[in-house]
Ligand binder design. Structure first.
Ligand code: ZN
Ligand code: ZN
Length: 135
């Protein structure tokens, strides 16, 4: 896979992308630090929602949603905070519900690298917790 020059969505700097990171290396470093803050806060306050977590940690809500979309954090079932980007059903982590994940898997592998930056609707009110199994 060849590297492409893309513009960082956070700081607008140009950088070489290998297709997996959405931001430049400096912003990804910052994101990692933010993840640690969020993780610690949720560990101590398991009932906190994204708005609260963002306020208390100073981490932007969109970073918190990035962790959710990445599957590194998850919300409680039925919270309505995170919705499937395909059918709009309430999900706990990631980008798609189980049914859509299955049907999209084949299409996704064909259109990878051409990922649309389509964000699902989020309310920021669901409760969240860290999935320590993935760490
Ligand atoms: Zn950046
Ligand atoms: Zn779905």
């Amino acid at each position: 896979m060849g590297a492409t020059i893309v513009q960082c969505k956070k700081c607008s700097k140009l950088y070489q992308s290998f297709g997996n990171a959405p931001y430049c290396p400096a912003c990804m470093d910052e994101l990692e630090r933010n993840f640690e803050l969020v993780k610690e806060y949720i560990y101590e306050h398991p009932q906190a929602n994204a708005v609260e977590v963002s306020k208390e940690t100073g981490v932007p809500e969109k970073d918190i949603f990035y962790f959710l979309r990445e599957g590194r954090l998850s919300v409680n079932e039925g919270s309505g905070m995170l919705l499937c980007e395909n059918c709009g059903r309430s999900i706990t982590t990631g980008r798609y519900c189980e049914a859509c994940k299955k049907s999209l898997e084949r299409e996704l592998s064909a259109t990878l690298g051409n990922a649309a930056d389509k964000r699902g609707q989020t309310t920021g009110l669901g409760k969240m917790h860290v999935d320590f199994k993935n760490r």
